[in-house]
Design a protein around this ligand. Structure first.
Ligand SMILES: Nc1ncnc2c1ncn2[C@@H]1O[C@H](COP(=O)(O)OP(=O)(O)O)[C@@H](O)[C@H]1O
Ligand SMILES: [Mg+2]
Length: 263
């Protein structure tokens, strides 16, 4: 294994009255997908917010390429090439595809004080980049983001992050609100980002989706890392049981079947 791109060492985060994360150590590698699994309240979003510079850890260290870093704001994290796609794509429904692709980094036409946003170029680039990820139904950069499907919005946000050179792509539950077909498209796009050498952190509570694309896995329970393992080291049942807090889901299924039979 080469040196990790990003490393967390014993990171903890407390809020008043809650230890949201305790002693989390993780490594993130280029061209690999790390799946972060855990039930609601496990601490997944808090961990993402630490990696994207929204929260600072209470204790512990973050390293990028072996060097200690401190992210004081999301701007600091993005300066290190860490891009976060929040749930539902984090895009603006009333903006055009082209404009939302270039929010904050708009290409310009003209010089000096006459610089203005070049809408048609922005639209062309956005559409081209989405098409390169297999989103072929979006052909007009003037379309409003609000008219895109959930999967297309995720694709737009991922295409944007990859286009602007993200080294680390953090996806918070990108498949949670999607149907089967759309979800599989997003999973395919994750694999494309991986093939481009991007380190992907895929947050999900869907064990099946995680197993389809993950190289490494970490399971959070009540703010602690309950387990971590590589592809092929656990069965789907083992992961599901662990996430359910050690309750064997097979037992639960049998119990429910019995209840149904007696009803
Ligand atoms: N800003 C905050 N202030 C206080 N408690 C918080 C805050 N953010 C998260 N928490 C608490 O930290 C725990 C982990 O939350 P979160 O990271 O959102 O979990 P997940 O994303 O896995 O559902 C929860 O108990 C939550 O209530
Ligand atoms: Mg969350």
């Amino acid at each position: 294994m080469p040196e990790p791109l990003l490393r967390l060492a014993d990171v903890s985060k407390s809020f008043v009255g809650t230890n949201a994360l305790q002693d989390i150590s993780l490594e993130v590698h280029p061209g690999r997908v790390l799946c972060l699994l855990g039930d609601n309240g496990a601490g997944k979003s808090t961990l993402i917010k630490i990696l994207s510079g929204v929260h600072t850890p209470t204790s512990g260290a973050i390293e990028v390429n072996g060097q200690p870093v401190v992210f004081k704001s999301p701007r600091d994290a993005s300066a290190y090439g860490i891009a976060t796609v929040h749930q539902f794509g984090g895009t603006f429904p009333l903006m055009s595809v082209g404009r939302s692709f270039f929010v904050g980094v708009e290409p310009t036409k003209g010089w000096g004080p006459f610089k203005r946003f070049d809408k048609s170029l922005a639209g062309e680039i956005a559409v081209r980049e989405m098409q390169s990820l297999g989103i072929t139904r979006v052909t007009d950069g003037k379309r409003l983001v609000g008219s895109l499907s959930g999967g297309e919005r995720q694709a737009l946000a991922i295409a944007r992050a990859v286009y602007f050179g993200a080294n680390v792509l953090i996806l918070d539950e990108p498949t949670a609100a999607l149907g089967v077909k759309e979800a599989s498209h997003v999973l395919r796009i994750i694999m494309q980002a991986r093939a481009k050498g991007v380190a992907v952190i895929f947050v999900t509570h869907n064990v099946l989706h995680a197993m389809m694309v993950g190289d490494h896995f970490a399971v959070l329970i009540h703010g602690r890392k309950a387990d971590d393992f590589r592809k092929g080291e656990r069965t789907r049942e083992q992961i599901t049981d662990l996430m359910a807090g050690g309750e064997a889901m097979a037992d639960l299924e049998a119990e429910l079947a019995e209840l149904e039979a007696s009803a």
